[in-house]
Write a protein that binds this ligand. Structure first.
Ligand code: TYD
Length: 136
C-alpha cells in the first residue's frame, strides 16, 4: 500500500466550532499555492464517475463540503484510494497525479480549490499519455 503522503496530502481546514454551527475557513495560507479558481461538483448522480485525468502544472485541493466520495490517486507507479467525507479536512493533489472520483453519496458536494484558471492544455486525459509522461 502506497503512503498517501507521497501521492496526496490531507490538510486540516481551520475551523471555529460553535453551538450555532461550525465555520471553516480556507484562506491564502491554508493551501500551499496561490488560489486562482474555485469550482464544485454537485447533483452528482449515483454511480457517476468524475476526474479521469491528471494536471500537468495545476495543484488542487478537494473538500467534501457535504456527503462523501472516493478519490483514487495514482502517481504512475503507486495508487491509493481515499474517502473524503469531512468538510474540515481537504485533500491536496499536486501536479502530475492521475485522479478518479466515484462512489458519491446522495447530496455530495466536492469543492475544488485550484492553483490556476481553467486551461484544457493543462489536462492529461488519456491514461496511456499519463504513463508515458512519467517515463520521459
Ligand atoms: P473536468 O475537469 O473534466 O471534470 P471532472 O474532472 O470533474 O470530471 O471538466 C468537465 C467539463 O467542464 C470539461 O468540458 C471542461 C469544463 N470545465 C470548465 O469549463 N471550467 C472548469 O473550471 C472546469 C473544472 C471544467
Amino acid at each position: 500500500m502506497a503512503d498517501i503522503e507521497q501521492i496526496g496530502t490531507f490538510i486540516a481546514i481551520p475551523k471555529i466550532t460553535d453551538p450555532r454551527g461550525n465555520l471553516a475557513v480556507i484562506e491564502k495560507d491554508t493551501v500551499p499555492f496561490e488560489i486562482k479558481r474555485i469550482y464544485y461538483l454537485y447533483d452528482v448522480p449515483s454511480g457517476a464517475y468524475r476526474g479521469g485525468h491528471a494536471h500537468i502544472a495545476q495543484k488542487e485541493f478537494l473538500i467534501a463540503l457535504s456527503g462523501s466520495f472516493d478519490v483514487l490517486l495514482d502517481n504512475g507507479s503507486e495508487k491509493e484510494k481515499v474517502t473524503l467525507n469531512r468538510p474540515d479536512k481537504g485533500l491536496l493533489i499536486r501536479e502530475g497525479i492521475w485522479r478518479e472520483l466515484d462512489n458519491f453519496s446522495s447530496g455530495a458536494i466536492c469543492l475544488v480549490v485550484s492553483s490556476d484558471v481553467y486551461e484544457e492544455q493543462d489536462y492529461i486525459r488519456e491514461y496511456t499519455d499519463f504513463i508515458n509522461s512519467k517515463r520521459t
